[in-house]
Design a protein. Structure first.
Length: 203
């Protein structure tokens, strides 16, 4: 079994940037509700590591990533930091966030940490003309909703990588689209998983 300590070892080269990110979240939290206040002291365990594990499931040939409903930057900012430090394959990372204040925060993160991010202050439904190799999301909605929202970014070979909790089996029962589903056991949460969805047959 893959343990958290092994994950921590994998991401260690990026710790400086990841810690800067954590400090910026704490600094901005009073002005922008980025995470729940009770989670401020457990950001690393609850959010950084949870997001970091997703990076290692991205196909090594993937170039374009679209993150839907980026919020405070989980998982996309963490993925971008790891992609930069570990010299990953992603050349285009697009964050979509409709909240104005959170968008300002994300742009500041991109500037301070020198991340090559495209940050769109928009509703997901209003974004067009982007095709992704990988589509990510965390704590945005049900699997069915995410597949629906992600349809515009989908092309042959696209993978959805969704961080999901213990309700994932119930959500999957309500998925009507034909697709290939794989649950990858979470390395940080015994009740969670990374849900990988490919080969979606959109009507």
């Amino acid at each position: 079994m893959f343990h958290v300590k092994q994950l921590e070892k994998q991401i260690f080269p990026a710790n400086d940037l990841l810690n800067q990110y954590v400090n910026l979240i704490k600094k901005w939290q009073k002005a922008v509700n980025l995470v729940s206040n009770k989670e401020l002291n457990s950001l690393w365990e609850r959010h950084i590591l949870d997001s970091a594990q997703l990076y290692f499931e991205i196909d090594k040939k993937a170039k374009t990533l679209v993150d839907m409903g980026s919020g405070g930057g989980f998982p996309a900012v963490v993925v971008a930091i790891l992609n930069k430090v570990l010299k990953g394959s992603l050349t285009r990372i697009i964050l979509i966030e409709s909240d104005n204040k959170k968008t300002v925060f994300l742009k500041e993160i991109s500037r301070v940490l020198d991340l090559n991010l495209e940050i769109l202050n928009s509703r997901i439904e209003e974004v067009a003309n982007i095709k992704a190799d990988v589509i990510t999301s965390r704590a945005l909605g049900s699997v069915s909703l995410l597949l629906d929202l992600g349809s515009v970014f989908y092309k042959k070979g696209t993978s959805f990588l969704l961080l999901k909790g213990e309700s994932v089996d119930f959500e999957l029962k309500n998925v009507s689209l034909l697709c290939k589903k794989e649950k990858i056991t979470s390395k940080t949460n015994k009740n969670g998983c990374i849900l990988k969805i490919t080969e979606v047959e959109y009507l």
